[in-house]
Write a protein that binds this ligand. Structure first.
Ligand SMILES: C[S@@+](CC[C@H](N)C(=O)[O-])C[C@H]1O[C@@H](n2cnc3c(N)ncnc32)[C@H](O)[C@@H]1O
Length: 226
């Protein structure tokens, strides 16, 4: 009886992302180990990790519906604002044969990120300031995907500075926290300003998705580099 109520996990429309029809999952690259308390579910010999849209804005974007999802098995990613590695760990499940260059400025968060990378060889943790990318110029190679979630006032400026690492036709995802830009402004006005700023960068905006209700007053801009 109970088994009949549990929906089977199967492939979603997005490569390497799985679903039971409601929740989303990635296949655990480090079986037996949860990164942030997420639920582990084994089915047909594969261990899946629930991907929590309230903890990861990329999962929120997946749940809201994303047209362009640039992460594949061999994708190299530059990730800015890696924090303790919550979203990075799911990208590590997806981009199994790629490298996720993961930049984090806070030493405290970096410590946890570093611990996670010890079990996940495709994560390269970098303690550094994404606003000063010259410091990791020699470490980070050209990447197919750039992801940024730094929750800073100058987030578009930081994103622009890091576009140099993205290959032409590579895809960038910029997570904008409206309140980090201007606490008093309406989020929609902040998003319009970000769109204007991006129009002067070397990219086309492909999609913009508000992440409510999973992440209040946040939006994801998906762009392609010229
Ligand atoms: C909202 S949290 C990121 C959450 C993470 N992306 C996730 O989904 O697992 C923002 C992170 O960006 C980091 N950050 C802020 N400014 C930064 C900068 N200039 N360079 C690198 N990291 C930065 C903060 O220390 C914080 O850990």
């Amino acid at each position: 009886m109970f088994r009949a109520l549990v929906a089977a996990i199967h492939r979603s429309d997005i490569p390497h992302v799985y679903t039971d029809g409601q929740r989303v999952y990635t296949a655990n690259l480090a079986p037996g180990v949860a990164v942030y308390g997420e639920r582990l579910v084994t089915q047909d010999g594969v261990e899946y990790r629930t991907w929590d849209p309230r903890r990861s804005k990329l999962a929120a974007l997946v749940r809201k519906g994303v047209g362009v999802f640039p992460f594949r098995r061999r994708t190299d990613v530059l990730y800015l604002g890696a924090a303790q590695g919550t979203t990075v760990s799911h990208l590590s499940d997806i981009c199994v044969e790629g490298t996720i260059y993961s930049v984090e400025v806070s030493r405290r968060a970096f410590q946890k990120l570093f611990e996670i990378s010890e079990r996940r060889p495709n994560i390269m943790p970098i303690l550094g300031d994404a606003g000063a990318p010259e410091a990791y110029l020699r470490i980070v190679g050209p990447v197919e995907a750039l992801y940024q979630d730094v929750a800073q006032r100058d987030q578009v400026d930081i994103f622009r500075k890091n576009l140099r690492f993205l290959r032409p036709e590579g895809v960038g995802i910029l997570i904008v926290k409206a309140r980090s830009v201007d606490v008093a402004a309406k989020p929609k006005d902040v998003y319009a300003e970000v769109r204007r700023d991006l129009s002067t960068a070397n990219v086309d905006v492909l999609e913009m998705t508000e992440l409510d209700p999973f992440a209040k007053d946040h939006a994801a801009f998906v762009v392609e580099k010229h």
